[in-house]
Design a protein around this ligand. Structure first.
Ligand code: 1GP
Length: 244
């Protein structure tokens, strides 16, 4: 079970690296190259998703990835259309930083019977968008305001509420392609107080940023755009991971 892997990672104080693949942004050759690098560098998880991915390209991309690797593939869904039984698990997200009921519980009600029917492992995850300057796709599509970057106490209170409500993971996301990643103070404040696996992503573009996120207490760091642009970063990031 993937949840167990996440819990074990946290308990062992190991650092996890997740590479995010947006199937719409990648041709077959680029996908193969990146998956090969993930294998060689012992990437922990492959996340797959995007705000605007159509159903079929998701299924096809997961089949393709599963042929190339045994790294767990986890769907990071941008919508209820991004569910596939071919994945190992799915982040079952509730956008707890927002106040849009459709993204807090509405879409989950629509998706739950289908997820149950397919028998996919659903990873109950409190998902928080953190402001990173410019408006992100996730914020725009969900019609929800992110938590201000300079308010770590709001992030902490939201994470605490999520823990009390029974969520199993917390995901702090500055949004895909964010100019600034989440700051050290916010990650650290949440990591210190929360016992759940902490996933952090958005705007991680260089070795300094990923090191900061892990050292601040992130259990899993998710990288998408930077690896799309510079696949060699997979090796650089892995080396840092194993050095911590
Ligand atoms: C976004 O956390 C992910 O939801 C990854 O963001 O593409 O900026 O790495 P990037």
């Amino acid at each position: 079970m993937i949840q167990e892997q996440l819990n074990n990672l946290k308990e062992a104080q190991k650092k996890g690296l997740a590479v995010l693949i947006d199937p719409d942004k990648m041709d077959q050759k680029s996908l193969q190259k990146r998956i090969k690098l993930c294998n060689v560098n012992q990437v922990d998880f492959i996340f797959i998703g995007g705000s605007l991915v159509a159903g079929n390209s998701m299924d096809d991309a997961i089949s393709e990835i599963k042929q190339l690797t045994s790294i767990p593939v986890i769907i990071f869904p941008g919508s209820v259309y991004q569910i596939s039984k071919k994945a190992d698990a799915l982040l079952f997200l509730s956008l707890v930083s927002g106040r849009n009921p459709e993204y807090l519980i509405g879409n989950q009600v629509i998706a739950a019977p289908y997820i149950k029917k397919l028998g996919i492992e659903a990873l109950s995850t409190a998902y928080m968008l953190i402001d990173a300057g410019a408006m992100t796709t996730a914020s725009y599509i969900s019609g929800s305001a992110p938590i201000p970057a300079n308010k770590p106490s709001i992030a902490l209170a939201t994470a605490q509420a999520s823990e009390l409500l029974g969520f199993r993971n917390v995901y702090l996301d500055a949004g895909s392609g964010a100019q600034d990643c989440i700051g050290q103070e916010m990650i650290n404040k949440v990591a210190r107080e929360i016992k759940l696996p902490l996933i952090v992503g958005g705007g991680i573009t260089n070795p300094e940023k990923i090191k900061m996120a892990w050292e601040a207490g992130a259990d899993v760091v998710v990288v998408g755009n930077a690896i799309e642009l510079r696949p060699s970063l997979i090796q650089e990031f892995s080396e840092i991971k194993f050095s911590l």
